[in-house]
Write a protein that binds this ligand. Structure first.
Ligand SMILES: *Cc1c(COP(=O)(O)O)cnc(C)c1O
Length: 300
């Protein structure tokens, strides 16, 4: 039983410890990174905005022409079951659909693959570790690595196509930064590996609207701004303008809102987390407690 404390997975109809969950080596999910997925956070024993994650997951599958047997209600029940089994009150819960193995051996036709669903949960994952978030993260924007264009890969479908991000991360980490954010080929900022980006410019929030995943944390930040009567502009954000912002912060399920204190050579708010980023971080944490956004897990 205690072997579930590191996480639980649902594969092929069974719940197993996450370390025992497997998929086939010739699954297109492995050979072509051909998966769509979503990740919902569990905070203090409840999923946050679970329905929004399940809806986006099904939209992502639609975009990549994948389909599964499970209904959205069944996906929800499976996620509840694995988190309950793990006993984790704070968890990173992933739902995944893989293209699958060709049912006609050797077929190169994606439509011949048996799309299949699996899910897993592990202890909560922070994109920026709490100590990094507390001091403010430092992001690298590489000059020569760009986010893949939207007409090559649908970036609004959450997917495993991470070649650009991994390449950027390797450069950023080598240079001593905490993470990376990529520009598109026109020089506009997009996003980083698993997070959206916001800039505070002239008292308004600006966040890119193209070449990015429409993050649910991003959406929550926009809704929080609405309650604060703060204007939000969703539009292209040129890197030069981004450098001139008063503050910068990131938004992700993996840790909420985190301040950024440095982008390449540019230092923001004297190298300390900015007041607006801190306010959004605190408000986001308060929203995690809003009953209407929570789906309580029933642990046995
Ligand atoms: C998951 C993800 C995000 C953040 O989305 P949330 O729904 O807020 O977790 C941003 N960008 C990419 C590329 C992602 O995969």
């Amino acid at each position: 039983m205690s072997n579930f404390t590191k996480g639980a997975a649902w594969v092929r109809g069974e719940i197993v410890p996450v370390s025992e969950a497997t998929i086939a080596v010739n699954d297109w999910g492995v050979t072509h990174s051909d998966c769509v997925y979503d990740v919902c956070g569990v905070n203090d024993g409840a999923f946050f905005r679970l329905q929004d994650h399940i809806d986006r997951f099904h939209a992502s599958m639609g975009s990549l022409q994948m389909s599964i047997e499970q209904t959205p209600e069944e996906v929800r029940a499976i996620l509840h079951a694995i988190v309950a089994k793990s006993g984790l009150r704070s968890s990173y819960a992933a739902m995944v659909t893989s293209r699958g193995v060709p049912m006609i051996p050797g077929s190169r036709d994606p439509r011949d693959c048996g799309n299949h669903f699996f899910a897993w949960c592990v202890p909560y994952i922070y994109v920026f570790k709490p100590e990094v978030a507390a001091r403010g993260s430092r992001l690298h924007v590489p000059e020569h690595i760009h986010r893949i264009p939207q007409d090559s890969v649908d970036l609004t479908a959450k997917n495993y196509h991470w070649g650009d991000m991994t390449r950027g991360l390797l450069v950023a980490l080598e240079k001593g930064f905490d993470s990376v954010a990529l520009t598109d080929h026109a020089g506009n900022l997009t996003e980083g590996p698993g997070f959206n980006v916001f800039a505070v410019i002239d008292g308004k929030l600006v966040t890119p609207d193209g070449g990015v995943l429409m993050g649910i944390t991003r959406q929550t930040v926009i809704e929080i701004a609405g309650e604060m009567n703060m204007v939000v502009e969703q539009r292209p954000l040129p890197l030069e303008e981004f450098y001139e912002a008063d503050e910068v912060f990131t938004a992700t399920t993996g840790g909420g809102v985190s301040p950024v204190t440095k982008v390449n050579d540019r230092v923001f708010s004297n190298g300390a987390p900015g007041p607006i980023a801190l306010e959004f971080g605190e408000t986001y944490r308060a929203w995690l407690e809003r009953p209407e956004l929570r789906d309580e897990v029933t642990y046995s």
